[in-house]
Design a protein around this ligand. Structure first.
Ligand code: GUN
Length: 292
């Protein structure tokens, strides 16, 4: 039987409507819109595109967005000074430092400079530390992992006692999403490049999260019949028939896996819109906490 397709775009759209309503309510009450500052260091085209998409999404829901661009050879001190200034700006309720930063920049030191209460990406070492521990509440949860959980919840996944397998151990997705699944009482396994027999592990999963950056790696026989599968991957593959010369595809072979999974979130069109939505939601909440 074909999987139910989890429509991330539609879920994100509904949540953004609610965020827009609350942002306009806040502006009416206190005369100030929520504000997000986006910091981009260097000229990586993918990062520039992501920042543009985030800023456009802010504007659509009535969140003011402040763009700050530094050259690729900006110094550690210049980046941290900018983040410190934004930390003190009362119009800024959230600070987003687009990752990855250039190699010569110490990422952890920059993220440490973001005030905890403006850490809408949830990457501050203290927020990540709290996220990994039992019964400690981070102020913000990283946006992509949070979006994954929201999709699973809205699709009706049962977490308690479920076997959850996460493919990938990145700081931005794999690791934090594994923690969120663990806190929801899943038996959680993290797979990575040294895992010996990936299909043997993934095919036991009731919930499978693919976040490895390998185009269409997850095949039908990697998936347990009826499983909830969330595809986080966004990979560029050459395609001469496409106008741009490439197309975007996920880590999951959609055509194969849709015949086996119980529910499937595709990529593109699944987690991507949710990541931005969670960022908008975190920024709104930060503004509400600061202003109400
Ligand atoms: N790079 C890739 N994903 C993200 C994200 O969610 N936030 C930031 N700041 N950088 C990223």
């Amino acid at each position: 039987m074909a999987a139910k397709i989890i429509d991330g775009k539609a879920i994100a759209e509904e949540m953004r409507q609610e965020i827009a309503d609350q942002a306009s309510q806040l502006k009416l009450e206190v005369g100030l819109a929520p504000g997000l500052a986006a910091v981009l260091v260097g000229e990586d085209p993918a990062s520039a595109t992501y920042v543009r998409m985030k800023r456009r999404a802010c504007e659509k829901v009535g969140i003011e967005s402040f763009g700050h661009e530094l050259p690729a050879d900006a110094s550690q001190e210049e980046v941290e000074e900018l983040v410190r200034e934004l930390g003190e700006d009362p119009k800024v309720h959230g600070i987003l430092v687009q990752l990855p930063l250039p190699d010569h920049i110490d990422e952890e030191s920059v993220l440490n400079t973001v005030p905890l209460e403006k850490d809408v990406d949830g990457f501050h070492p203290v927020n990540i530390g709290r996220l990994t521990m039992k019964n400690r509440e981070p102020l913000f949860i990283p946006c992509t992992p949070h979006g994954v959980i929201e999709l699973l919840e809205q699709a009706g996944a049962k977490f308690e006692g479920a076997e959850a397998v996460v493919l990938g151990r990145s700081n931005i997705v794999g690791l934090p999403v594994a923690m969120l699944l663990l806190h929801r009482n899943c038996t959680t396994t993290i797979c990575h490049s040294r895992t010996k027999d990936l299909p043997a592990v993934t095919s036991e999963a009731d919930i499978l999260i693919a976040a490895v950056g390998q185009p269409e790696m997850v095949k039908a026989d990697w998936v347990k019949p009826g499983a909830y599968v969330i595809d986080v991957g966004t990979n560029r593959v050459d395609d001469v028939s496409a106008k741009r010369g490439y197309r975007l595809t996920g880590d999951v072979d959609f055509d194969e896996v849709k015949e086996v999974a119980g529910a499937l979130s595709p990529s593109p069109g699944g987690v991507g819109p949710m990541t931005i939505t969670m960022l908008l939601q975190n920024t709104l909440r930060s503004a509400q906490r600061a202003l109400l």
